[in-house]
Design a protein around this ligand. Structure first.
Ligand code: NDP
Ligand SMILES: N[C@@H](CC=O)C(=O)O
Length: 312
């Protein structure tokens, strides 16, 4: 017999629209394989009358009151895809306190408040999932948890910001200026509402903080990483590097050396002989070196809502 689960969502921008499309397109498959019907009961937004990229299913309530979603007694799962820090944290706390499981793509929040939210979820016996917070279309957190459970990760190196990689790739391939490439990434929905974190390396830093927790069981702080961004990189520098057999990439790296975790986020000239150098555009790539498996590379789109969309 099919069980209906009522879902509430906070945010209906790039990712939220992707979630609506995915829930609609995958409804039959979810019902057939899981015996579950996911019903999108309500969606909270900031501007009620703003134009939307998707049409909500008939019967889905659109509201500008987050509280009505996170306290609705019928809603069992809350999907937080609005971004922000304080507002999102308060909403997630309220949802968990009301016994709802939460799914979020908010890396800023998970990187900085993850431990207390996870502790609250455990106390409330609710789930808190955030796979889409790192490298959008690559299920890397699940892979590190499940597939590396008996292994020892030694190093993680990744291109984990789609906007920065799109900008660097465009400057290299076409000679586009930094400003032109950033504007194109914004039009495509890759960049954050405020793209500062994308280009300053802070978004990559947040993702590395989450990744390192999964890879090494160790948290990192922003001050330990001291990120460098790509705002000073020019098309000429990218093209000059390419002519010499290097690709400029915004790289996140964390490495265990004699029990000590070393990490950095910075633009790096990656030699063409390394697979990460060939990860272009909005694609992300995470290279993992571990004791048992050795070197492996995971790639996929890192930002934007594609058809089919990438957020989960
Ligand atoms: N874009 C991407 O590719 C990816 C983004 N993420 C993360 O997903 C989250 C959402 O990103 P994205 O979809 O790009 O963001 P957008 O800016 O496209 O959408 C944000 C949505 O949240 C709503 N919102 C913002 N503030 C409030 C508020 N105070 N109350 C109610 N609704 C609010 C906005 O409402 P309104 O439309 O009315 O203004 C909008 O619908 C962020 O945490 C981001 O970091 C993660 C992976 C990929
Ligand atoms: N702005 C981010 C979106 C996904 O996390 C990016 O460009 O990677």
């Amino acid at each position: 017999m099919t069980q209906t689960i009522e879902v509430g969502m906070l945010g209906l921008g790039t990712v939220g629209s992707g979630v609506v499309m995915r829930l609609t397109q995958a409804a039959t498959k979810i019902e057939q394989t899981q015996g579950i019907r996911l019903h999108l009961a309500a969606v909270a937004v900031h501007h009620l009358n703003a134009p939307r990229a998707v049409t909500l299913p008939i019967g889905t309530r659109l509201t500008d009151k987050i509280a009505t979603v996170v306290t609705d007694p019928h809603i069992q799962i809350v999907i937080e895809v609005m971004g922000t820090l304080a507002t999102a944290e308060a909403a997630i706390v309220a949802a968990l306190q009301h016994g709802k499981s939460v799914i979020t793509a908010n890396k800023d929040l998970i990187a900085t408040a993850g431990p207390r939210l996870i502790a609250l979820a455990q106390r409330q016996q609710c789930d808190l999932f955030y796979e889409a917070s790192v490298a959008g279309g690559i299920p890397i957190l699940r892979t590190l948890t499940d597939s590396y459970a008996t292994d020892q990760v030694q190093q993680v190196a990744g291109i984990i910001n789609g906007t920065a990689n799109y900008i660097l790739s465009a400057m290299t391939a076409t000679g586009a200026t930094y400003a032109e490439a950033l504007a194109a990434a914004q039009r495509a929905g890759y960049a954050e509402a405020d793209p500062t974190n994308d280009v300053s390396g802070l978004d990559t830093t947040y993702k590395l903080m989450i990744l390192s927790q999964f890879a090494f069981g160790q948290g990192l702080t922003i001050s330990q990483i001291q990120p460098q961004g790509i705002t000073m990189i020019t098309a000429a520098a990218c093209q000059q590097a390419a002519q010499s057999g290097w690709q400029v990439k915004l790289l996140a790296q964390a490495q265990l050396q004699v029990g000590q975790l070393y990490c950095r986020v910075a633009p790096v000239a990656v030699p063409n002989t390394l697979a990460l150098s060939q990860i272009n555009g909005v694609q992300n790539g995470v290279a993992v070196r571990s004791q048992a498996i050795g070197q492996s590379l995971y790639t996929g789109p890192g930002a934007g809502a594609r058809r089919p969309p990438i957020a989960s």
